[in-house]
Ligand binder design. Structure first.
Ligand code: GCO
Length: 491
């Protein structure tokens, strides 16, 4: 292991996500989310035919889970995301109570909760209005965020709005591999991205203006709008919907003025050009800009990345679209979204070698054709016993790239981890993986002076791995917790 040490205030943590662990899919008034819906409607959507109706049963076993975390001697934190269907089908008091109890237990055990508002679990009734490509959803998200800040803001200091929107948008509304499995590549992905960015910015501003710096003991009132939907089918292909509004006011009294941080979690593999040909170098940059910059640039620098504007504009024009498939932001929106972060939440698992590919015929719109790259692996890379490439220098380079591209932000590594098929408790490979990647983080901190403030392993426990069901698992062996401590105490 690297002999350099992490600083005393460096945060080590483990992550889980609501839908992947909670179960209790319809317990106590929780509404149906898009993953409940799709796994029930079409069990073959998950390779193993499984679903997360019960998952790790954290909804019932949360006390045991907190005990487990504590027993691991892990004075640290966990990213536990909220399932918004548990909170806002209509406001659901048992859902609020569940998260309050969980957060309280974490705090009592000296574990810092880091909360993500959206980890892919849109209420199905909002999907029926079109889901994230419908810009109106940003308003509902803002209401939900306000509710969460009001209910949990006193105890939660670290917030993220979205987890990995690249998997919400191109995967959910582009290629259709993830729920809600809408196939509209080259169109749905960009409409979705625009709404997600506006929703993120709304939540950030609400947090900033209404919650972050409250005077001690002061009280203020928040009005919250609840909307109940009814969908009316007017013809086989046409729907209309109706709302019912309810305006509710709250007293709000978060008393602390401690430092509170708010961000979004973005992910990408590192993209290494396969050669030093200009075309491949540009292709690797394009990959990073379409994966990470498409959300990062509007938030950290302002507006879509230029290469995304250029590529989608160019292809749209040649495909005879009347305007670019990439929906533009107004100047006001660019300003509204820009700067809505206090740190960069970064998830990263791998490295790809990137090769430029030639322009394809124009015709069907496609996110892939807009990006126009080929991703490869290098057969000489070390792999875990389960075949996952171990390329720690990729993480070092990625951290440096984020530093250079976005003006040296604080970076919290919100996910990094190593999978196997769950059939063995032999964890040699995983220990090797974590040792190498923690070293790579130290390299970034010491050699490239990247401001990394924490590292989170995915995951606290084996859980529902989306379309792979329970066949692909990530939990950390106890020894890794010890390793994290060793890294810290080494100074
Ligand atoms: C993610 C995911 C997790 C996955 C993990 C392993 O953010 O991609 O949030 O839900 O389970 O990354 O694939």
């Amino acid at each position: 292991l690297n002999t350099r040490a992490f600083s005393d205030d460096f945060m080590f943590g483990v992550a889980t996500a609501a839908y992947q662990v909670e179960g209790g899919w319809n317990a106590d008034g929780k509404g149906e989310n898009i993953w409940d819906y799709i796994t029930h409607k079409d069990p073959t959507f998950i390779r193993t035919g499984e679903n997360a109706d019960v998952a790790c049963d954290t909804y019932n076993k949360w006390k045991e889970d907190v005990e487990l975390l504590k027993d691991l001697g892990h004075k640290s934190w966990i990213t536990s995301t909220f399932d918004d269907s548990r909170l806002i089908n209509k406001i659901n008091e048992p859902g609020i109570a569940y998260y309050k109890n969980l957060i309280k237990a974490l705090k009592e055990n000296n574990i810092e909760p880091v909360v993500t508002l959206y980890h892919w679990d849109l209420p199905q009734h909002l999907q029926e209005l079109g889901g994230w490509p419908n810009s109106k959803i940003a308003d509902y998200f803002a209401d939900y965020a306000r509710l969460a800040f009001r209910e949990f803001g006193e105890d939660v200091k670290y917030w993220s709005t979205f987890n990995e929107p690249i998997h919400v948008c191109p995967s959910g509304y582009g290629y259709g591999q993830m729920a809600p499995a809408v196939s509209a590549s080259g169109v749905g992905d960009y409409l979705c991205a625009r709404t997600v960015l506006l929703a993120h910015a709304k939540a950030y501003h609400i947090y900033d203006e209404e919650f972050r710096e409250k005077q001690n003991g002061s009280e203020f009132r928040v009005s919250l709008l609840y909307i109940k939907f009814a969908l009316i089918k007017v013809s086989p292909s046409e729907y209309e919907y109706e709302y019912e509004y309810d305006l509710i006011s709250y007293d709000n009294s978060i008393k602390s003025s401690q430092i509170r941080l708010m961000s979004i979690v973005l992910d990408t593999s590192w993209a290494e050009p396969v050669s030093n040909r200009t075309e491949d170098v540009e292709a690797a940059d394009r990959r990073l800009q379409f994966n990470f910059g498409i959300f990062g640039n509007p938030i950290y620098n302002g507006n879509w990345p230029q290469v995304v504007i250029d590529r989608v504009g160019f292809r749209s024009e040649n495909e005879n679209f009347t305007e670019s498939r990439l929906p533009a932001f107004t100047d006001e929106e660019i300003e509204y979204v820009k700067g809505t972060y206090d740190f960069v939440g970064l998830n990263s698992y791998g490295t790809e070698l990137i090769r430029d590919v030639s322009e394809e015929e124009f015709g069907e719109p496609s996110f892939d054709k807009d990006v126009r790259v080929q991703g490869l692996t290098d057969p000489s890379w070390n792999t875990t016993s389960y075949g996952m490439a171990v390329v720690p220098w990729g993480l070092t380079k990625l951290l440096k790239w984020v530093k250079d591209t976005y003006n040296n932000p604080k970076i919290l590594i919100t996910e990094n981890g190593c999978s196997d098929d769950g059939t063995t408790l032999e964890d040699e490979s995983r220990i090797y993986f974590y040792t190498e990647y923690l070293s790579a983080v130290l390299d970034a901190i010491y050699e490239d002076e990247v401001d990394v403030i924490g590292y989170t392993g995915w995951s606290f426990m084996d859980n529902f791995e989306w379309t792979s069901g329970y066949s692909w698992v990530f939990s950390l062996p106890e020894i890794i917790f010890n390793l994290l401590h060793t890294c810290k105490n080494q100074k």
